[in-house]
Design a protein around this ligand. Structure first.
Ligand code: TXA
Ligand code: MG
Length: 327
């Protein structure tokens, strides 16, 4: 059965409008991947630089041949293992993929999301969807429909509400240099899980001025409030006494007299639960007129690496990349 909301989303997309859709990672701002006029609206609404390419979302691995060619064996192994799911593959593109999608590169990023509402919508469309995270460029990614509405209000004709995102951080991005796999972005699938499937993977070296994956830009996923990332919150609190401080911890509960606000991401110490809660916690802290947010580093293993990666980008003060906006 097609619900009324999905019908509205289909109509909007067919009219080259944007919609927000839930995925299991974060909410996406979606448009027809084959319509340049629709894709342009994504860059305008997000204020996203044009050099930052988009991910094409498919309903199944069977659609892969429509968008990509010369697919390495290891990419197929990863697709078999992780799709539908939170893994994006960067592959050689077919010629009809618009340059706006790929920022003029000869590669295209693709994934099959796991969220049932996203899959239902994709199956009903006769085109794939490009969907970056549904937030203004550089700000905290949305993990609920309310976050998306908070950012874009009435500028979006349809926001499909699929509840809170179950994974809560963006997809892991893997590309290839020949047949050699390269990790472009840490994400909801851990490096250990990728390496269990295909063996060792190289990390891309980070370069802000010509980013291969702008998910690697140093400042990204950032709250408005000044944020610090520390080894030990207790040892740092003293430096900020008298200020309105909020803390983001993995497991530890703080004395309410020492902090104005606190978010504990997983009292039982589960990294998957912490990932699910990270962005919602940052959104809540950022809404409380704090002077400082102090976040604690996670254990550097599994999803802890992804969480530390996002927090490191959240604390960077300078936006030193050149911004090129569409008019
Ligand atoms: O979980 C996700 O991946 C979410 C949901 C909505 O699917 N989407 C998402 O999109 O995080 P976005 O646009 O915020 O991040 C896409 C990342 C960017 O860092 C971009 O540089 C990288 O994908 N990317 C896209 N095409 C690429 C390409 N051809 N080569 C290298 N990186 C690419
Ligand atoms: Mg994003």
């Amino acid at each position: 059965m097609i619900t009324k909301n999905i019908q509205l989303a289909i109509e909007a997309l067919q009219n080259n409008q944007l919609i927000a859709l839930p995925t299991e990672t974060v909410y996406g701002l979606a448009a027809n991947a084959y319509e340049e006029s629709a894709i342009k609206k994504i860059f305008e609404l997000k204020k996203r630089p044009l050099y930052n390419p988009l991910i094409v979302h498919l309903h199944s691995q069977n659609q892969l041949e429509q968008v990509a060619k010369d697919i390495p064996e290891k990419a197929l192994m990863l697709a078999e293992k992780f799709w539908p799911g939170s893994l994006t593959l960067v592959l050689k593109k077919k010629p009809h993929i618009p340059d706006l999608v790929t920022a003029g590169k000869d590669t295209v990023a693709v994934r099959v999301p796991q969220h049932l509402m996203a899959l239902a919508l994709l199956e009903l469309l006769d085109f794939p969807l490009v969907a970056p995270s549904a937030n203004p460029f550089g700000s905290i990614s949305p993990t609920s429909a309310a976050h998306v509405y908070g950012y874009f209000k009435e500028d979006l004709p349809v926001i499909l509400d699929g509840g809170d995102c179950s994974n809560g951080v963006e997809s892991t991005i893997v590309g290839f240099n020949g047949d050699t796999p390269i990790l472009y972005r840490h994400g909801a699938v851990s490096v250990e899980e990728i390496e269990d499937c295909i063996g060792p993977i190289e990390l891309i070296t980070h370069n802000d001025t010509s980013p291969d994956a702008p998910g690697m830009l140093s400042r990204h996923y950032a709250p408005k409030t000044e944020t610090h990332l520390v080894e030990n919150i207790n040892e740092t609190l003293g430096q900020f006494s008298g200020k309105r401080v909020g803390v983001l911890s993995f497991t530890e509960l703080f004395n309410p007299q020492d902090v104005v606000a606190q978010e504990i991401l997983s009292p039982k110490g589960d990294l998957k639960e912490a990932a699910r809660n990270l962005y919602a916690a940052l959104h809540r802290l950022d809404a409380q007129n704090l002077e400082i947010i102090i976040a604690e580093k996670f254990p550097n293993k599994g999803l802890g690496i992804t969480l530390n990666d996002r927090l490191q980008r959240a604390v960077k003060k300078n936006i030193n990349e050149k911004m090129v906006f569409t008019k």
